[in-house]
Ligand binder design. Sequence first.
Ligand code: FAD
Ligand code: SF4
Ligand code: SF4
Ligand code: SF4
Length: 466
Amino acid sequence: MSSAATEHAADDAAAAAGIPLDAPFLSIGFSAHELCTRCGSCIGVCPENAIELDERKFPRLIPERCTRCGLCAVVCSGAEVRYADLSEQVFGNRVADSGFDGQVSKIYVGHAADERLRSGGAGGGLATALLWHLLRTGAVDGCMATRMNGERPWEAEPFLAATLEDLLASQGSRYAIIPMNQLWSQMRGQSGKYAAAILPCQTHGFRLLQKADPELASRVTAVVGLFCGGSLEPVLAREMLAVRGIRRDEVSDFKFRGGKWPGQMQAVLKDGRVRPLHYSNYKDGAYNYLTSLYMPERCQTCLDGSNEYGDVAVSDAWTRDEQGEYKFKAHSRLLVRTPRGAELVRAAQEAGDIVLHDVSADPNYLTHRLQTRRKGSLAPLRVERWRKAGRRVPAYDRGTPDDATFKERMMERMSSALLRAGKWRPFRIAVMGLLTSVWAVPLITVRLWLKKRKYLRRAKRKASAS
Ligand SMILES: Cc1cc2nc3c(=O)[nH]c(=O)nc-3n(C[C@H](O)[C@H](O)[C@H](O)COP(=O)(O)OP(=O)(O)OC[C@H]3O[C@@H](n4cnc5c(N)ncnc54)[C@H](O)[C@@H]3O)c2cc1C
Ligand code: SF4
Ligand code: SF4
Ligand code: SF4
């Protein structure tokens, strides 16, 4: 039993009740936080409501309610992801590794047709436009989505969206752990069909639910998968407010990507003022640094970046032109995977709810190497290294990239060291203080200049070769 687990009264009570937290009928989150994605599947599936969330959003057992039915262990993908089994279930083949983008039938770049949905989206609002299409046409009664808590607006939470207003409030990316699949228990208590916008680990949990409780799972009729390069510890928003000198009782909303695309982290104050929390936009000025400090341990060993088992998968459209400028501002990229996903996209397009450009024939729209690095090469290397060092890591039926270079191995070690240092609060606060201050502006400017130069050089080389 981990010492972290015994910090909690409910877990101590479990021990007293004779339930060891690593009992095989329990999901992994009780005995090994480092393997728990905090997807919420165990909470959502438990027929006895015997699992609650602790303050860090890990599952916590309420022992007197547990009947030892084992369902929570069956839907848990924390300790093991069997990609061949998932492929068999979703695509009817046993391909364990089909590259970063997974199995795809079509690739589009597009946006919501409704300007409100487009402007409120993380990218082009495609994810929400697909949910809205299903809700508007009566195909579903609700959607698994996220929002900021009304009383504690620095905390993100899952909820079932049932109206356009709900969906507008749910839009945008919240770079924080949100145990989405806990919503299954709410769905069980009411009738109706649902659609889900969820991250890859949550999709894995849903696919396991289809085996464990097919009746409940059949009520979720579409999975709009979101790409995920890694989530951030929920404490980030509180610490960021503190670093920027903003009192929590002043705040009415916390935006991870507020304002003009691609957005910026912002605190909306009760008096209506909007306080940017860093310089530049979220991509150039915050997210990449924050993932280096706040990424949870299980995200560091997660290999699915493209939501390989969603019916569709939606990502940002970061493709740049030869001058290094974004080609598709305020657009999302959409990967169609299953026949169900293809039908949803066809129907939403025909109804005029989404606007799409088919880019399937253009290899430039496959996720490029820079974006795939974190999960495509660094995470598999980390899993291998940690396993050899005797640490608990998830089991995968996927190997380590044979072609990993010396540079990639060094990068993995450096990023792991930074993440380890990020566990130490004074370090991460000092680094965040620097990177969100005006002192970061020259750093960002140099970084952007180097990036631009790289694109221009590449364009020049191309021109001289042709
Ligand atoms: C933690 C995280 C990491 C991501 N990493 C990448 C990445 O590396 N590369 C990339 O291309 N895209 C990534 N994305 C996806 C990207 O940010 C957009 O969500 C996606 O492109 C859809 O944009 P949209 O405008 O179509 O969606 P919108 O219409 O804005 O809808 C966004 C949907 O995401 C849901 N959502 C927001 N936060 C969460 C959360 N924490 N957990 C579950 N659901 C959530 C909302 O409820 C909403 O339904 C990530 C998203 C998250 C939440
Ligand atoms: S089901 Fe999800 S939240 Fe529960 S223990 Fe497993 S990984 Fe953690
Ligand atoms: S009742 Fe079943 S699902 Fe709930 S905690 Fe106990 S073993 Fe897990
Ligand atoms: S990195 Fe993996 S484990 Fe972490 S939130 Fe994203 S999909 Fe889940």
